[in-house]
Ligand binder design. Sequence first.
Ligand code: AHG
Ligand code: MN
Ligand code: MN
Length: 341
Amino acid sequence: MSSQTPFPAKLITLERHIIEGERSHPGATGEFSGLLHGMSLAAKLVWREVTKAGLVNILGRTDRMNISGDVIKKLDEFADQTIYKAMDHLGHLCVMASEENEDLLHIPENYPNGKYVLLYDPLDGSGNIDANVTIGTIFSVYRRVTASGPGTMEDVLQQGNQQVAAGYVLFGSSMMFVYSTGHGVHGFTLDPSVGEFLLSHENIQMPRKGTIYSVNEGNEGRWAPAMQRYIRYLKEEDKETGRPYSSRYVGSLVADVHRTMLYGGIYCYPGDTKNPNGKLRLMYENNPLAYLVEAAGGASTNGEKRTLDIQPTSLHERAPLFIGSAEDMRIAQEFLHGKRT
Ligand code: AHG
Ligand code: MN
Ligand code: MN
């Protein structure tokens, strides 16, 4: 074959990538393949509903009523239940927890309990759906710490540094599945004609420094002075450091962090006088994204300590989030710690 071959060098599906990744680790049991495959199936089912969101008013609600006449479910509830149902029977998990449910989600009695724990934000940025803005699903996997039987709170309340895998799905102009098992961060784009995720972003590496900051600046008046000074610094003119930075804020964390991972820069959701711990949830949002960003060469803190080293004490606790390129995070920390003014 000539070197001008029209074929891509390699066609790698998500499935192949996971299996080949597992094979390269001696002792791997293949459990991740099943787990991640379950997540990718759930993602495709959610995507199918998300793409119909704009048609609800045109098609009416009848086609989306079930036989018992229940009214249409909110998409985040749909996503929540779809993920649970795609994962509850596989035998890999002993417990799940989701942003949409106050309590732990146990595995039904007729299915086996496995050795992993799944935490997820079924639909992140759901307030953006009606405006056709990118939203997504975020997930996080831990190994259980209890020996057997149904998983407990102890299995769930682990530090983020104990994650064994994390990922997110983006429902945007295309659908993407991004994951890491600690060996690089890899992105796949759905080819809708065949229903397969194909490797499109191999081994994502964040730029060491960017020129974009992302924060809800409407809250500025409630921020600590150090935070106000940091953002003011980013807006000052200085050619050498690429300032002023550009401001970008989608309002869907998963999309803002995805952009930050590809283009570099920083995303902040600080605490403020009204919400001292900010808005984002440590277990479903901050930890999985911090795990991915670190695996791509970036960093994340709550302003004081590394996000992944925070000991969670309750399922739905919130934590401030600073996440981004290594150099941007270094400068942000200097401001937040009062070493720069
Ligand atoms: P969710 O839709 O899962 O509740 O998350 C919403 C979050 C997050 O996606 C986003 O970054 C943040 O809310 C935006 O908050 P503000 O509107 O306060 O900026
Ligand atoms: Mn969210
Ligand atoms: Mn959500």
